[in-house]
Design a protein. Sequence first.
Length: 237
Amino acid sequence: MVFLLFGPPGSGKGTQSRMITNWLGIPAISTGDMLRAEIQAGSELGKAAQSIMANGGLVGDELVNQMLAHRIARPDCDSGFLLDGYPRTVEQAEFLDRLVVEQGLPNPVILHLDVPVDALVGRMTSRRQCPKCGRIYNLLHQPPNTAGVCDDDATPLVTRKDDQEEVVKDRLRTYEKLTRPVLSHYQDRKYYQIRGDRSPAYIFEEITGILEPLLGKNGCRRLKGTGPHGPGANPIN
Ligand code: B4P
């Protein structure tokens, strides 16, 4: 099964994608995380992406599409995968449509995390992330157990450069202009809108309620002994 996690910057895609993929045992593919890894590695792609991301823009469709196609061709995607933050433009959505047909993939299930813009700026400026394992925290309501370090591997947490208030505002403008139109592309597909202005545990519970009946009809494997409140759920509130 293929899932798309869609929503504005800071809507909680990364937070939910970790919970969903821990539950289902499929890979979460975050184009944002992949681009940040390219920047850290100093690759040509990373060099091209760095200033675009730091200014709140979107990296070019051609680069992101090729990166994505390469990633989903890996064997760990054979039993399904979740896309976090892709597609972000209508061109990317059309590219994905072609990939789905060419590779005989199931039609994606779209999960749209809908959060009012007012809530997003505060969320992103208080976000902290572990650069090693990617775990996401929030200083306001999901702080680490020990200030400044990751609970899982004790790595010092970082603030993303694109989480500064001015950049966040630019990212929200980019979302309205280039990414929101992607929603019309998917309206007549298997599309679920989820209120993302509730606690992560509550949202995850709604997502599992949506996915459970769909999973019965598909081959997507659920990890034994896990569920909405299993080891992957990491409920916050
Ligand atoms: P991403 O890495 O995708 O990140 P994001 O949209 O900022 O955040 P997300 O929605 O995952 O929120 P999170 O769970 O962290 O994109 C970064 C950049 O990469 C883009 O701006 C772009 O430049 C580039 N890029 C990525 N994909 C691209 C593509 N396809 N094409 C072109 N360019 C691309 O949550 C945010 C905060 O809220 C956290 O602190 C979290 O703890 C908190 N939070 C989460 N859920 C919450 C809840 N329910 N209630 C309260 N707080 C919550």
